[in-house]
Design a protein around this ligand. Structure first.
Ligand code: SF4
Ligand code: SF4
Length: 338
């Protein structure tokens, strides 16, 4: 397995890591088989999140005994305040059945306003630093979907890693990765299959790893077979041929531009709808096969796509010219037929 350096953390990670979303739909004993397969393949990086329901506890259970020390364990919390982050770090430690998490990340930070809250006097970062000082976590990172936001805070932020989407059709992070690499940040790639839109997973993983700025890519995997298949890319890395590059361009053009990049420019919606989140939920419903989880989360929002009054205020703000009104109608339709 090809290994890469995770920036200034000085951790050495397998180029193919493990993303913890799909394991939610596996059986608990399946998690043990997945971890065993990862060990066999020489994979050592696991990323999960406190918000992925059973993911942390399945992984914790599967890592019991002497397996924990064979992995670099990363997880994350969306808490922005001190108390919330402090509590979440303890919950993660408990669920993961460990006394040490290698990398703890601020999850899905969307704006400077949220960033300032995290870094403020009673912000989440203070709790993370305390946890680091007491040896509960090793390193601190951040995850985001907006390249513009991360670019804005990149130079001033104290985080050691960034986690950002990147794949054949979502390349908005390429300049960000260049700058992050120059700052010696570790670069973790989420959504390598564009939320399931890309079927040729190996091709997408090779495309991502061809970028020398990337430290590790974390496809979601819910079976040992999938671990084996994805790991093969990291065992025997083959650069893309000209024919494959052409295939990628064709695919990119076929996909077109009609999918949300989660940049958040369309916000705020006058009805208070978190527009990109509606499309993320829809992806979980229609592409990840996490129907009941997605439905629960969709229904649990105070305001969802059904609140759209089609005023159209958001659409001129979308840099990708997405027909947001029609897309939100599609979201409603998909959740209604479930
Ligand atoms: S069209 Fe719908 S989503 Fe867009 S701003 Fe108006 S209410 Fe919000
Ligand atoms: S709908 Fe457009 S502006 Fe809004 S988050 Fe998605 S890509 Fe960005």
């Amino acid at each position: 397995m090809i290994k890469r350096r995770l920036g200034k953390t000085e951790l050495t990670v397998s180029s193919i890591g493990f993303g913890g979303i799909p394991i939610q739909r596996a059986q608990p004993d399946q998690a043990v088989a997945i971890i065993d397969q990862m060990i066999e393949e020489g994979m050592n990086f696991i990323d999960t999140a406190i918000g992925y329901t059973v993911s942390e506890s399945y992984i914790g259970n599967a890592l019991k005994g002497d397996k924990r020390d064979q992995f670099i364990l990363a997880t994350k919390s969306p808490a922005k305040d001190y108390e919330g982050m402090k509590a979440d770090i303890e919950k993660s430690l408990k669920a993961l059945q460990t006394d040490y998490i290698d990398l703890y990340q601020c999850h899905l930070v969307k704006s400077r306003e949220q960033y300032e809250q995290i870094m403020g006097e009673n912000g989440a970062y203070k709790a993370m630093l305390e946890a680091k000082d007491s040896g509960k976590i090793g390193h601190i990172g951040i995850t985001a979907h907006s390249a513009e936001f991360l670019m804005e805070v990149l130079e001033e932020m104290p985080f050691e890693t960034i986690q950002f989407p990147y794949n054949l059709v979502e390349r908005q992070g390429e300049k960000l990765f260049e700058r992050a690499k120059a700052l010696d940040l570790g670069i973790i790639i989420m959504k390598p299959m564009a939320g399931g839109a890309i079927e040729n997973g190996s091709l997408s993983l090779r495309f991502i790893l061809e970028n020398p700025n990337i430290s590790v890519v974390i496809p979601g995997m819910e079976t040992p077979e999938l671990v084996k298949k994805n790991a093969a890319v990291g065992h025997d890395f083959k650069p893309l041929t000209e024919a494959e590059q052409a295939e990628i361009e064709v695919f990119k053009n076929q996909m077109g531009n009609q999918f949300c990049r989660r940049c958040g420019y369309c916000l705020p919606c006058i009805q208070g709808i978190d527009i990109p989140t509606q499309f993320i939920m829809e992806g979980y419903l229609t592409r990840y096969g996490l129907g009941s989880w997605a439905k629960e989360r969709y229904a649990g929002q105070a305001i969802n796509a059904s609140a759209c009054i089609k005023c159209g205020v958001c659409e001129p703000k979308c840099p990708y010219d997405l027909p947001i009104r029609a897309m939100l109608e599609r979201v409603q339709h998909n959740f209604a037929k479930g």
